[in-house]
Design a binder for this molecule. Structure first.
Ligand code: PBG
Length: 329
């Protein structure tokens, strides 16, 4: 009886899922290595050490970083974003090391651009690796609030030092008000009008940055009450319209690329920004997103390769043109 049973139906969507060839022809979204930016951790000294909470991700010395870049290029990945591990002795309340032309980050930028001029380097602009308290700016005397404009002044110096070191784009990840316009003017005034700005426009106060803060030792210090946590500047995960407002301001102030961070929990924000702006949209699949997938795979609970591909595809499908991902290489 079941053999004879036929639905009277003209439209059968499964016709488009009949075998690899048809599936391939009908695939709407692709992730290609040229879409990706590889975030890299850099350190002084020699060799590379693995980050405990990010299996397979290392802090690289200069040699090891150059080898990684070579590997990235061989896989078609042509962009990196360095983040430095800064020695505690160089950190202070005002992040003076952040604009040292010879900082670990600036030296890494110089050496990558010298050896591989074809790699696009995105320099992170934020004070958290350099402040003794781990916040992205200068604290006021209550210790609970960042002084916006003084922080922006330091960010401008930091952006100029990174641009002078050879960064193709500076990428402010601090969430201070007005920093995109101020950095744009400062770069222009110094003859660096060709250096681009990728703005972390919608950067959420997320629980997913934990492994990154382990990697560079930037977790805010001082106990839960003394300092306000990063919700005094990063966005509230409950909000979407606020992200659109931030992105509109960044675009007006001269940003070249807008970014959403984290990515997977914020696909709706990626999609909304894509409709709201004609700028390229980047999304950062952050450390916690990487580590969650890796930990489940290490337990044998999910398939690493498939979960990785699916996570990147989802971010692309939501509207991201560019993805920062620790999976890039
Ligand atoms: C802050 C900054 C963060 C990350 C990069 N730069 C977040 C934070 O510590 O608040 C996180 C990236 C990641 O988790 O992969 N300027």
């Amino acid at each position: 009886m079941s053999a004879k049973f036929k639905l009277d139906m003209k439209k059968r969507p499964r016709r488009l899922r009949k075998g690899e060839s048809v599936l391939g022809l009908c695939q709407e979204t692709h992730v290609s290595p040229s879409d990706l930016i590889l975030p890299v951790f850099v350190k002084e000294g020699s060799g590379a050490d693995e980050i405990e909470s990010m299996p397979g991700v290392f802090r690289h010395s200069e040699d090891s970083l150059l080898k990684l870049c070579e590997k990235a290029l061989s896989k078609g990945v042509r962009a990196i974003a360095p983040f430095p591990l800064v020695d505690a002795s160089l950190k202070n309340e005002r992040a003076d090391e952040s604009f040292n032309p010879k900082s670990t980050a600036n030296m890494a930028i110089k050496s990558v651009k010298k050896r591989f001029p074809e790699i696009t380097v995105f320099a992170d602009i934020a004070l958290d690796p350099y402040t003794s308290h781990g916040h992205d700016g200068v604290l006021d005397n209550t210790g609970t609030w960042l002084i916006n404009d003084e922080t922006v002044e330091i960010l401008c110096k930091m952006a100029l030092s990174a641009a002078e070191a050879g960064a193709d784009f500076v990428a402010p990840s601090d969430m201070m008000d007005g920093r995109i316009g101020a950095i744009r003017s400062h770069l222009d005034a110094n003859g660096l009008e060709e250096t681009g700005i990728m703005a972390y426009s919608a950067k959420y106060a997320s629980a997913l940055y934990g492994p990154f803060r382990d990697a560079i030792g930037s977790a805010p210090k001082g106990g839960p009450k003394k300092y306000l946590d990063k919700r005094g500047y990063q966005l509230n995960p409950a909000n979407a319209r606020e992200a659109l407002r931030e992105a509109a301001l960044d675009e007006e102030e001269g940003a070249d690329i807008l970014m959403v961070k984290p990515a997977s929990f914020y696909l709706d924000i990626i999609s909304k920004l894509k409709s709201a702006s004609n700028l390229p949209i980047a999304a950062y699949q952050v450390s916690g997103e990487y580590s969650m997938i890796l930990a489940a795979a290490q337990n044998g609970w999910i398939d690493l390769e498939r979960a990785k591909q699916e996570s990147l595809l989802a971010i692309k499908r939501a509207g991201a043109d560019i993805i920062l991902s620790y999976f890039a290489v």
